[in-house]
Write a protein that binds this ligand. Structure first.
Ligand code: ADP
Ligand code: ZN
Length: 368
């Protein structure tokens, strides 16, 4: 019996998200997703040694005449640059110099964003197939078509909407993912419950230990449900004119924390994206309560779940409230009169609120 689950993204772009164990070895699945006579596998220095050979062998088994090349970047967010993007295009030029190619993004969000953007731009756009290998990429960045690289001035400042041809999430790859990265991905999983479905939060409360232990069935269920929520939103609002913005719950605060600490990567003391979002969600919940939108009991519930998942829920020492507020004003979601936030009315029901007074935000940042 196959244990693969499929989530469909509909609307302007249509594609399948396939989730299950050992999918990188599934020749029929990979070759079905792949068009053209050439394939460029884009990966990073941690993931390529673990999985690139397998992907290549799987593709060769199905398509013996396919020409395949690999482009590997060093790991880390600091590599999501225009310079690496140009190198990826050079790799495509060397491989084929035609549109007859597919880019295969094998890795976490950094690789997915960079490879997706290269596919979006190469000869005005070729297919990208996303093979996410982090939980965060499986539940978030590989789905929905946002691709980008960073500039010194900020994250994701150059990019394009370029939906993938397919997303294939091999849950077995999560076994080699550092535990801290797994936890970071769980923060984005919790986010879906927080904004869309209190019942999913209850499910997460019941399965927290299984998820942390890397239990296949629990992880697959969490990924499939997360992808389902995201697929529904991006199907209805692919370009973030409206409700897609709800996915930014916790992110205005989270991005400010990340920016204030200088986007330090994994292994450092600084918070990674998922950790910053965990803190940001608690701050958003507290702001919701401070504005009289929601009950404080919902904040406590969210905080308890995140803590059980080993995620931080308070602002790291040394980050000043005023400095964080200034960062938020610079964020693209800032407006002339007060800031705009994704808040919630209760667990499972988020809404966008404009014109939030600076003083209320500062109170929350000061822990009052
Ligand atoms: P994210 O997906 O969280 O946005 P990255 O793309 O930076 O972030 O990936 C996080 C880190 O995990 C990187 O160092 C990357 O090389 C590493 N990594 C990704 N997938 C795996 C995996 N399946 N096994 C081991 N390490 C991985
Ligand atoms: Zn995020």
């Amino acid at each position: 019996m196959s244990t693969m689950r499929t989530v469909k993204v509909d609307g302007e772009a249509r594609y399948d998200i396939c989730i299950g164990p050992n999918l990188l070895g599934d020749s029929a699945l990979l070759s079905h997703a792949l068009r053209g006579r050439h394939a460029l596998i884009v990966s990073d220095g941690n993931v390529a040694p673990l999985y690139a050979d397998r992907v290549e062998a799987t593709l060769r088994a199905a398509r013996p005449t396919l020409s395949i090349a690999c482009f590997v970047i060093p790991p880390g967010e600091q590599e999501k640059t225009l310079a690496r993007f140009c190198e990826a295009l050079d790799a495509l030029a060397k491989l084929c110099a035609t549109r007859d190619a597919t880019v295969i993004a094998l890795g976490g969000g950094v690789v997915g964003d960079l490879a997706g953007f290269a596919a979006a731009c190469w000869m005005r756009g070729i297919d990208v197939v996303q093979l996410p290998t982090t939980l965060l990429a499986m539940v978030d960045s590989s789905v929905g078509g946002k691709t980008a690289v960073d500039l010194p001035a900020g994250k994701n400042l150059v990019g394009a909407f370029h939906p993938p041809r397919a997303v294939i999430a091999d849950t077995t790859t999560l076994r080699t993912l550092p535990e801290r990265e797994l936890r970071a991905g769980l923060a984005e999983v919790v986010k879906y419950g927080a904004i869309f479905d209190a019942e999913f939060l209850t499910w997460l409360e019941h399965h927290a230990d299984a998820l942390l232990a890397g239990d296949d069935a629990a992880l697959s269920e969490a990924i499939a449900r997360s992808c389902q929520y995201k697929a529904e939103v991006v199907s209805r609002d692919p370009y973030e004119h409206g409700e897609r913005a709800l996915l930014n719950f916790g992110h205005t605060f989270g991005h400010a924390i990340e920016a204030a600490q200088g986007y330090a990567g994994a292994g450092s003391a600084a918070l990674n994206h998922g950790e910053a979002v965990a803190v940001g969600m608690v701050l958003a919940a507290r702001l919701s309560a401070a504005l009289g939108l929601a009950h404080a009991s919902d904040t406590h519930r969210l905080q308890a779940l995140l803590q059980r998942l080993g995620l931080p829920t308070v602002i790291p020492a040394g980050l000043e409230p005023e400095a964080l507020l200034d960062r938020m004003r610079l964020d693209k979601k800032a407006e002339a009169h007060g800031l705009r936030f994704v808040l919630w009315e209760r667990a499972g029901l988020a809404k966008i609120v404009s014109g939030v007074p600076d003083e209320r935000v500062l109170d929350v940042l000061r822990g009052r």
